[in-house]
Design a protein around this ligand. Sequence first.
Ligand SMILES: NC(=O)c1ccc[n+]([C@@H]2O[C@H](COP(=O)([O-])OP(=O)(O)OC[C@H]3O[C@@H](n4cnc5c(N)ncnc54)[C@H](O)[C@@H]3O)[C@@H](O)[C@H]2O)c1
Ligand SMILES: [Zn+2]
Ligand SMILES: [Zn+2]
Length: 361
Amino acid sequence: MAHEVNGVVAAAKGGPVKLVPILVPDPGPGEALIRVKACGVCHTDLHYREGAINDDFPFLLGHEASGTVESVGNGVTNVAPGDFVIIAWRAPCGTCRSCLRGTPWYCFSSRNASQPMTLADGTPLSPALGIGAFAELTLVDAGQAIKVSPDASPEVAGLVGCGIMAGIGAAMHTGNVGRGDSVAVFGCGGVGNAAIAGARLAGAHTIIGVDLDDRKLAWAKEFGATHTINATSTDPVEEIRKLTGGNGVNVAIEAVGSPITYEQAFYARDHAGTVVLVGVPSPDMKIELPLLEVFGRGGSLKSSWYGDCLPSRDFPMLIDLYLQGRLDLDRFVSETIGIGDVEEAFHKMERGEVLRSVVVF
Ligand SMILES: NC(=O)c1ccc[n+]([C@@H]2O[C@H](COP(=O)([O-])OP(=O)(O)OC[C@H]3O[C@@H](n4cnc5c(N)ncnc54)[C@H](O)[C@@H]3O)[C@@H](O)[C@H]2O)c1
Ligand SMILES: [Zn+2]
Ligand SMILES: [Zn+2]
């Protein structure tokens, strides 16, 4: 039986999103039906709406979600009805070449529900990042449902499912930030500020937040930035060099998704340092770098997909650190909104007014 609920759908490139009836099937083998409790509005949802990810419209948006398991299909053992879960957009398959090499965070065949959710007329929906959680119910592969402590608020838990994990993981896993390191983060939105929180958790000594908006920089300080730079008035590369004894940082994290900030991150890094690209570029973007600089500076240029996380390991850990008071995640929730308010939340994000608007059900 399919359940009719309301979902936030992007029907065509660049058009406003609409709340429309959708059909969500009961779970088949290996699937879990989730009653969504909260779902954050991430910049990646906006990228989908803009057609910057791919052209598989219509999209069912929303992918930073927590909820309770409503029902499970045959063969599901990792979760049961009533469990409080965070939905992950990575569910390692266990059998692809990367999983077999022991690096499941690069899984090339991550699992999603096999049955489609559809519009009322049967048109299949493309769920954002294989989730689609701006809806009262969503269907996922059971491996995407990660059980965590129900003591965490649904809003915070949902954000761990994407932006917080992507940022913290970019610092801790991809950038391998360690005790005493210097770190610069370009773009202090939800993801960048999570990278700052991750750098602090990992023991970084100097943490420099760069943004164009003073509000974002004020929040960056609350998350652990020791210094901030407003790049509209100050050259961030020069300033970062000044703050690091003329050398640059050990780890430079780009959390915007732009060639300008990527280049700044490249030049703001010390010799043998690491650049981490976590911002998602659009298909038309290009960079040009002197190859001699790429060679001569050594170190590594890395991308971070989902903070190189393993959800089954990392989500419960982050929630426990939060519940122990060692990681303040409440500050990422700028406001809670209704499911009909996602389009307005995109505009607030564009105007820089929020770190995260979170839809609560
Ligand atoms: N790699 C991943 O796994 C992953 C996961 C989630 C999100 N993302 C991506 O991360 C990026 C950030 O996401 P978000 O939700 O934090 O977005 P956001 O809009 O909340 O934050 C972006 C920030 O960048 C700042 N900015 C823009 N241009 C700048 C410039 N030239 N210099 C300095 N700062 C600048 C903005 O003021 C804003 O504060 C997006 O591209 C998003 O798609 C990647
Ligand atoms: Zn996201
Ligand atoms: Zn795999």
